[in-house]
Design a binder for this molecule. Structure first.
Ligand SMILES: C[C@@]1(CC(=O)O)c2cc3[nH]c(cc4nc(cc5[nH]c(cc(n2)[C@H]1CCC(=O)O)[C@@](C)(CC(=O)O)[C@@H]5CCC(=O)O)C(CC(=O)O)=C4CCC(=O)O)c(CCC(=O)O)c3CC(=O)O
Ligand SMILES: NC(=O)C1=CN([C@@H]2O[C@H](COP(=O)(O)OP(=O)(O)OC[C@H]3O[C@@H](n4cnc5c(N)ncnc54)[C@H](O)[C@@H]3O)[C@@H](O)[C@H]2O)C=CC1
Length: 226
């Protein structure tokens, strides 16, 4: 049996920083989606007849606006209202008809829409995510088994420790330095590959990373190609 139309999902990392998103519904599922949107730096408007305690607490958050009301299309259509111009919409009520209506309006307006109870209507679904600073690991089963996605993500959560945050910051800084100093593209790419063989993770875990990094930067400054 075909559960969803997500046979070939296109994975992307979206920049939602400062972008306006709409979540319709205020239950546990809506709360989870709002949390992940906020983690991505989005500004989130939530429209619902009721809210979980967790969502009510989020009202203190500068990027969150709550409207306690029944869903009405004008929320999404009326350009003069506060509700207009959302880049991304989540239909998360427990009423399948309302969710389908939200989907219909969003699709007509070309907005990305996630329908929590009807994956086949969704233009995107939300993966299970592990974050370590700049490292983001997203796991999806395309809706086949959200609990399996979560379990696999938990395995990755155990496998990739906190040291990856420091590691990625280091690689990122060094890469920028090399990009600005090494003109030759091939030489740059050689260094980028070599950097991965330095066993930096062991140094971070062992507490010798900071002193090693200092020496490395001094050595690099003396490199003729820098
Ligand atoms: C299609 C998708 C659409 C979307 O929501 O984007 C969707 C749909 C549905 N989920 C359902 C149930 C559950 N969902 C979870 C959990 C998560 N669900 C998430 C994503 C997705 N869920 C998308 C597919 C992701 C993929 O497969 O790749 C996660 C990963 C991300 C997130 O929500 O932020 C998050 C884990 C976050 C984390 O902790 O890492 C749990 C487990 C739990 O709550 O502990 C259960 C109960 C157990 C079970 O059913 O497996 C139902 C059935 C409702 C019913 O029948 O009653 C539907 C509707 C349907 O299938 O028709
Ligand atoms: N995608 C996912 O990860 C999952 C999806 N689901 C599905 O998601 C749906 C929602 O789950 P929960 O958050 O647990 O439900 P819930 O019952 O806790 O919350 C539903 C929310 O929708 C609001 N609502 C209902 N009708 C409304 C309307 N006309 N206008 C505005 N707000 C309205 C209610 O006030 C309530 O806040 C479930 O029906 C289930 O089918 C369930 C589990 C996981």
């Amino acid at each position: 049996m075909e559960l969803t139309t997500m046979n070939h999902p296109y994975p992307i990392m979206m920049n939602l920083s400062g972008r306006r998103c709409l979540v319709v519904g205020g239950g546990a599922v809506a709360e989870r989606k709002v949390k992940s949107l906020l983690q991505a730096g989005a500004r989130v408007t939530i429209v619902s007849t009721e809210f979980t305690e967790g969502i009510i607490e989020m009202e203190n958050h500068a990027e969150v606006v709550l409207y306690r009301q029944t869903f009405h299309p004008s929320i999404m259509i009326d350009e003069s209202s506060d509700f207009a111009s959302y880049i991304l919409v989540v239909a998360a009520t427990n009423d399948a008809k309302v969710n389908a209506h939200v989907h219909e309006i969003a699709s007509r307006q070309g907005q990305l829409v996630n329908v929590v109870d009807q994956p086949q209507l969704s233009s995107f679904i939300v993966p299970s995510v592990v974050r370590r600073g700049k490292l983001v690991i997203a796991v999806s089963t395309g809706g086949a088994s959200p609990s399996a996605a979560r379990k696999i993500a938990q395995e990755l959560d155990n496998a990739y420790g906190e040291e990856y945050e420091t590691y990625l910051d280091f690689l990122s800084d060094l890469r920028l330095l090399i990009q600005s100093r090494v003109a030759d593209k091939q030489a740059r790419q050689r260094v980028f590959k070599e950097m991965l063989e330095w066993d930096v993770l062991a140094k971070i875990r062992g507490g010798t990373f900071e002193s090693w990094k200092e020496k490395l930067y001094i050595t690099l400054e003396k490199e003729p190609w820098m």
